[in-house]
Structure formats: structure tokens, C-alpha cells
Ligand binder design. Structure first.
Ligand SMILES: [Zn+2]
Length: 140
């Protein structure tokens, strides 16, 4: 039995929750764990190329950006401000040394967090309404 076939028979539960999150973190389809989640940087594939699961049906919206801001802003930037060198060194030194790595970190985390978010939505069965814009195969 394939992994995708096993998933379709699994009842929803904590293992499904973490499995979906883990597969999304790895940029994989939360349903089968093999197909690609993204077409481009943050553009989700409409359907999984392996199991044909409708990936565009999960309304991630602003959730991934919120969690990325939460992690980078609250867990990294706020503690960084406790170091006196941030305040004492010249701005021409501090700004490039902090903003460039923070930008790279943010852009690296965002697709992973979006994938994990979509994996959680998959585990919880939270899909976009059928008649909502953006649902279905007609979407480009
Ligand atoms: Zn799949």
C-alpha cells in the first residue's frame, strides 16, 4: 500500500496534524508527502502531481505571514534589542548586519511556515468553500 493510500484511510488525529505540518515544512503535499506543494516561491500548486489532491483548496491567507512575523519579530528581533551593541554601534554598521540576515531568514521561513500552515489546514479538513473564487481546476 502506498503512503498516499494509507493517508486516505487514517482518521484525523494528532499524528495526522504533525504529519501534515512536517510534510508542509518540507514543501511537500500534505496528503501524500511526495508531490510538490509549490509551483513557484509561494504559489501553491492547484493539484498534487502525485495523488491529485486539490492543494489550492486550503485558504492559508495571512496566517503564514502572521506566524513568520511572530517568529522573526518576537523571538529574534526583540531579544536582539537586548544586546547593547545594537544601540552603541553606528547605524551604517548595525543596519546591514541585522537587516540582511533578518531578510534572508524571513524569506527562508515564509514558504516553510506556509507549507506547515497548509498541512495543518489539511489535517483539520479546513478547505475553501466550493463556490469561492480561487477554488476548482479553472484557476490558472
Ligand atoms: Zn499529493
Amino acid at each position: 500500500m502506498t503512503d498516499a493510500a494509507a493517508d486516505m484511510t487514517d482518521p484525523a488525529g494528532p499524528s495526522t496534524f504533525f504529519r501534515g505540518m512536517r510534510r508542509g515544512l518540507a514543501h511537500r503535499c500534505p496528503n501524500c508527502g511526495e508531490g510538490k506543494l509549490y509551483r513557484r516561491y509561494l504559489k501553491v500548486e492547484s493539484f498534487c502531481g502525485v495523488c491529485d489532491h486539490e492543494l489550492a483548496a486550503y485558504p492559508a491567507d495571512d496566517g503564514p505571514a502572521y506566524f513568520t512575523i511572530l517568529i522573526v519579530g518576537h523571538l529574534i528581533v526583540a531579544p536582539l534589542l537586548l544586546f547593547p551593541i545594537i544601540w552603541q554601534a553606528p547605524a551604517l554598521v548595525v543596519l546591514p548586519l541585522t537587516l540582511i540576515p533578518l531578510t534572508i531568514l524571513t524569506l527562508t521561513l515564509l514558504p516553510r511556515i506556509k507549507g506547515a500552515f497548509i498541512g495543518v489546514l489539511w489535517a483539520l479538513g479546513m478547505r475553501r468553500a466550493e463556490d469561492a473564487p480561487g477554488g476548482g481546476r479553472a484557476e490558472p
